[in-house]
Design a protein around this ligand. Structure first.
Ligand code: F6P
Length: 314
């Protein structure tokens, strides 16, 4: 099942998990519409026709949801009965830490073990350096910033581009570095608008014709930074909020390969008797973390990335 915000890479993960499960002698099923589907019993066998032609598609062909009803025991019990009806004894959930916590509670109630596959463009799940969907989102952002640069340079304007990420600045920092932005504001780094203004005025004096700023949605600074850039630099300034375009698009090669690695590790873990673990990618290796480790840890963006961003916040 897929749960929570959709992310590119979910479809390849569904396909690889089901295909590998079959190779291992299991009978995989697909839960549609996430936790809601678990409650409603929207469960079907993973037949080849359901898995064909999905690897290149963004989002999730299974559908997803954020279900508040799953917090209530009565609905979790209903979900358990649906699984029993099909003889389903293990779950793989592709999603974020909210979905993993929900399934952990489900295990506490009914002892149905699950494996989590991290998938969110925010890249904010503790214990893993990578979540499915991040590379595709970064490439969507790159494409958009390239286009904005064309118009910014043609009009000698200042542009602020707001990226998603909820409370995490990973998408903004990585995009700022990959796209040569002049300014980057994220929740992880303290910024100084006066010092940014001084630096940009100097760059303008030296011949710079346009300015690109990237701001993480978690700062809530999109409008303010745009207005401020216009005033401080005496330039025409515009804001582009990229929004949900970042969540879509065909998964990149990296997301497809990582989907394969995560999906096979999830099945191997369940077959080895692991309970309630989330598959992780840490320091270049696929591994796993227990849900309690993940729940107890605070997610931190890689400090070397944060350090690089400091120059763009001052
Ligand atoms: O968690 C993924 C994410 O796209 C965040 O980056 C964003 O803040 C949020 O989901 C948007 O949620 P919704 O799709 O419900 O508007």
């Amino acid at each position: 099942m897929t749960s929570g915000g959709d992310a590119a890479g979910m479809n390849p993960a569904i396909k690889y998990a089901a295909t590998y499960a079959k190779k291992c002698g299991l009978s995989p099923y697909l839960v549609e519409w996430g936790l809601r589907g678990l409650i409603e019993g929207w469960v079907r066998e993973a037949t080849p026709d359901r898995l064909a032609g999905i690897i290149h598609r963004g989002g999730t062909v299974l559908g997803s949801s954020r279900s508040k009803r799953f917090y209530e025991y009565e609905f979790r019990k209903q979900a358990f009965e649906n699984l029993q009806h099909h003889g389903i004894t293990k779950l793989i959930v592709i999603g974020g830490d909210g979905s993993f916590s929900a399934l952990n509670q489900f295990y506490a109630d009914f002892e149905v073990p699950f494996a989590g596959i991290p998938a969110t463009i925010d890249n904010d799940i503790p214990g893993t350096d990578y979540c499915l969907g991040v590379d595709t989102a970064l490439n969507m952002i790159r494409q958009s910033v390239d286009s904005i640069r064309d118009t910014a340079s043609s009009f000698s304007r200042a542009f602020v581009i707001e990226t998603m990420g909820r409370h995490c600045g990973y998408l903004a920092i990585t995009s700022a570095l990959a796209n040569g932005a002049d300014v980057c504001l994220v929740p992880e780094v303290a910024y100084d608008l006066d010092s940014i203004a001084e630096r940009l005025r100097m760059q303008k004096k030296q011949g710079q014709k346009y300015v690109l700023g990237i701001v993480a949605e978690g700062t809530g600074m999109g409008d303010t930074l745009t207005r401020w850039m216009g005033e401080a630099l005496g330039m025409d300034a515009r804001l582009t909020v990229l929004g949900h375009v970042q969540r879509g698009g065909s998964p990149t090669v990296y997301d497809r390969v990582m989907a394969h690695n995560f999906a096979t590790a999830a099945i191997d873990g369940l077959l080895a008797g692991e309970r309630n673990k989330v598959v992780t990618f840490k320091d270049g290796h696929i591994g796993s973390s227990s849900i309690s480790e993940i729940a107890a840890a605070k997610h931190l963006v890689n400090p070397s990335l944060v350090k690089l961003c400091e120059e763009l916040s001052n």
